[in-house]
Write a protein that binds this ligand. Structure first.
Ligand code: SAH
Length: 244
């Protein structure tokens, strides 16, 4: 049986090879109250991005302290950067949760032209919640790392700083070029970083599409049906991960 993984809130020393770690906040409360954790018990704890077998040395509802034993094998995140236009928050949060389960390394919320205005205004205040969702989903899916959730930014800013070797725009207006064929033709770069961009409920504007082209993004289709943005995101990540 795979054990549940816990992600340390703090560790020491602050090097690549910490020897002690602690869980605080809700994780400590859960261990202390619900699981009735006790000194001497063994758990799997991620500290500084590495998974360790770890032994509890002390328990309180504020902090559970661990001695870190040997490092365990881990699976790296997929080198996928998801640029996700901000859309209705409940759907957007679902997409963050699922993208995390599927293994993406990073998500950038994009304030697109057709992102509804009240959502764009509220987005900066939601980021902390989105990061918590990513943390919970990482634990649930037994990831050893948590995807980075960036602060929301405009599309122009996001495109200017994108460095992924393969850049793919999911477009409901692209007629022929598919995601699979595009990934296959860049197969020599199968280990390289991949950026995937998904538009808001109203889609990307023509100006935004043109901006992607200027920045050398390939426009691809997922098929003839119009998908919800969150469906397109999950499908694209699943297809890409199968090719990697
Ligand atoms: N403007 C559309 C809806 C946009 S769907 C309409 O006609 O109502 C939201 C986003 O999901 C799109 O911007 C695109 O990134 C993605 N998407 C949806 N269907 C897609 C498809 N068939 N192929 C590729 N991407 C798709």
């Amino acid at each position: 049986m795979t054990r549940r993984r816990w992600i340390a809130n703090a560790w020491s020393p602050q090097t690549a090879h910490p020897t002690e770690a602690s869980l605080t906040g809700e994780q400590a409360q859960h261990l202390a109250r619900v699981l009735r954790a006790e000194p001497g018990q063994i758990y799997d704890v991620v500290a500084n991005g590495f998974l360790h077998r770890a032994e509890i040395v002390s328990v309180s509802e504020q902090e559970v302290r661990f001695l870190l034993h040997e490092e365990l094998e881990t699976d790296a995140a997929l080198p996928i950067h998801l640029l996700l236009a901000v859309f209705k928050f409940d759907h957007f949060e679902w997409a963050i949760e699922k993208a995390t389960e599927l293994g993406v390394a990073r998500i950038t919320p994009i304030l697109a032209r057709r992102t509804e205005k009240h959502l764009a205004l509220a987005a900066p205040k939601r980021v902390e919640r989105w990061r918590r969702i990513a943390l919970e989903s990482s634990k649930q899916s037994r990831r050893t790392d948590i995807p980075d959730i960036d602060d929301p930014i405009t599309l122009a800013a996001a495109l200017a700083r994108e460095s992924a070797a393969t850049r793919i725009l999911l477009s409901e207006t692209e007629q022929s070029l598919t995601l699979v064929s595009t990934l296959k033709s860049s197969a020599d770069q199968s280990n390289a970083d991949l950026a995937l961009a998904i538009g808001p409920e109203g889609g990307w504007t023509p100006e935004e599409m043109a901006l992607f082209t200027t920045h050398n993004w390939t426009h691809v289709t997922l098929g003839p049906r119009i998908l919800r943005a969150e469906t397109a995101a999950i499908a694209a990540i699943a297809i890409a991960s199968a090719q990697m």
